[in-house]
Design a protein around this ligand. Sequence first.
Ligand code: ADP
Ligand code: MG
Length: 237
Amino acid sequence: MNSLILETQNLTKSFTGFTAVNNVSLSFKPQSITAIIGPNGAGKTTFVNLCTGMFKPDSGRIIFNGEDITNFSPEKRVQLGISRTFQIVNIFPKLTVMQNVKIPLLSKGRIEELENILGIFQLGEKKDVPASELSHGDQKILEMAMAMATKPKILFLDEPMAGVNPAERSRIVNLIKDLRYEEKLTIIIVEHDMDVVFRIAQRITVMNRGSVIADGTPDEIRNNATVKEIYLRGVEV
Ligand code: ADP
Ligand code: MG
């Protein structure tokens, strides 16, 4: 058994003359929470898109549990246990909460898990509400529930706090921590809320202009001069 669940080796992806992800080599331990931070346009979402198969890299490799998955389709990666949520909520607004969660469960033949998933995400009482009528925070949570319905081993969360109010942020933070311990999940979170990032991550990776400029524990990142200058800019963390 490999002690790393996911590893990227020299991943590079360019869009018409512009390098969005530049030679990124990162590795992730099982059941860890890593935050990827950095300014807008740093390449964070592109990195997630490469790992989840939405884009193919121009060069480099992606290794999941010891297997080279660089050329696997997104569907195949979901089957292996790699799932994600999106920066912009990606749910079926006209369907109810329950119908939304049923879609990935049916595709995985796991419909008996419905009540359990609704319970974990505290969506049971809202199961007959159309997704469009949920608060923004609950929509983000529903999307996490849909991602978890595929029974992933690793979950990418792209800005789960974007547009979410403070009370709902606390709920999402607690859910993420519970998922790590109770579902033994590896979590990679892209997030701008530094309060959240420093509360939940064991490790923080900082990207700027496509490259990793720092990678370490929260304390190491907090005290990193380059990170302070480029990204934190006086924000107390
Ligand atoms: P972040 O998530 O860190 O804000 P992104 O990965 O979304 O950054 O974007 C990195 C850069 O790549 C940006 O300049 C963005 O405009 C560009 N980019 C991302 N996706 C595409 C795409 N599909 N086509 C062209 N350019 C893209
Ligand atoms: Mg992004």
